[in-house]
Design a protein around this ligand. Structure first.
Ligand code: BV8
Ligand code: ZN
Length: 267
């Protein structure tokens, strides 16, 4: 599926759009074109413009469901019915969401051979919906249910969310969404480490860099001499610590990343 070229973002002020970053954005795009193995690391912020609230901004999901209370494997084991209240709320926020210009920008860069891989912390499937093919969902996905006891996996059918706690058809244990809870190992860490070992340029988009091991990826790329370019609405621990000066592009990723991609694609 041909990734749609990112269009101009909605009517925003220059400040909002990060337009004053023009020359720096063009310079960053040149770096991307020169990179041998560029990778993107994305977090919940890239999906905010698709209507999915992020976790830590005020009013986010975790202002309602405290993660240590709901999003840990211990909480699930202790009280699956309570954990399923979060999962159903999560399912509702994800239903019917579409990719935005930021997802499309990454898909267009992959198609042009300028981006090798997207490593996402998101479980919303919007990178794949935008046309990205090389995607690692390191915190799992919300389109399947998983049995933590026997490993049974099944695609989510809406009626399953109606049950208080869906039971595994193979061993009757309580099923959980196929997402990685706190205290569970992240997915495909070996593939991630292999990609980081080859990565000479990392785009970091819409993450507060607070959850590990994801938050450690930018520093690992930097430690090997790679370049880290950050797209975020605000500064994060990465901005001062890992992102070289002039490579933090502030603003909504649906605009900043789309402009960056257009510059890199020569649009
Ligand atoms: C593990 C799944 C080991 C479901 C999630 C003490 C110190 C260090 C680490 C730990 C510690 N204690 C415990 C740990 C480990 C723990 C951890 O890191 N805890 C943190 C909280 C301290 N990590 C784990 O448990 C991991 N597993 O370590 O396992 C192990 C090994 C072997 C055997 C057994 C165990 C598992 C972590 C995965 C947890 N699951 N979610 C779900 O998605 O609900 S994490 C959850 O946080 C989401 O996946 C989310 O993506 C992720 C990170 O959040 P962000 O994506 O960054 O989102 P956030 O809202 O925070 O930020 C959004 C950003 O976007 C902001 O900066 C905002 O400014 C920006 N933004 C907003 N709008 C826009 C924007 N930017 C641009 N444009 C916009 N429009
Ligand atoms: Zn089972």
């Amino acid at each position: 599926m041909r990734a749609g070229r990112p269009s101009e973002g909605p009517g925003l002020t220059d400040r909002d759009r990060g337009d004053e970053a023009g020359p720096a954005l063009a310079a960053a795009a040149t770096r991307l074109r020169a990179a041998r193995f560029a990778v993107a690391l994305t977090g919940a912020g890239i999906s905010v413009e698709s209507g999915i609230p992020d976790f830590r901004s005020p009013g986010g999901l975790w202002s309602v469901f405290r993660p240590e209370e709901y999003a840990t494997i211990e909480a699930f084991r202790r009280d699956p019915a309570k954990a399923w209240r979060l999962y159903r709320a999560l399912g509702e926020t994800l239903a019917g969401r579409e990719p935005n210009d930021a997802h499309r920008a990454l898909a267009a860069l992959e198609e042009a051979g300028l981006l090798r891989l997207v490593i996402t912390q998101n479980i919303d499937g919007l990178h794949q919906a935008a046309g990205s093919r090389a995607v690692i969902e390191m915190h799992g996905d919300h389109r399947r249910l998983q049995c933590p006891r026997c490993g049974h996996l099944e695609d989510v059918r809406p009626e399953r969310f109606a049950e208080p706690v869906p039971a595994c058809p193979a061993c009757a244990a309580p099923l959980k969404p196929n997402v990685v809870l706190f205290g569970e190992p992240v997915r495909d860490l070996d593939l991630i480490e292999a990609a980081v070992a080859r990565c000479d340029l990392l785009l970091v988009v819409g993450t507060s860099a607070q959850v590990y091991p994801a938050a450690g990826i930018p520093a690992a790329v930097r430690a090997r001499g790679g370049v880290v370019i950050e797209f975020n609405r605000e500064e994060t621990p990465l901005t001062a610590g890992v992102v070289p000066a002039g490579l933090h592009f502030r603003g909504p990723a649906g605009h900043t990343l789309a402009r960056f991609a257009r510059a890199a694609l020569g649009d």
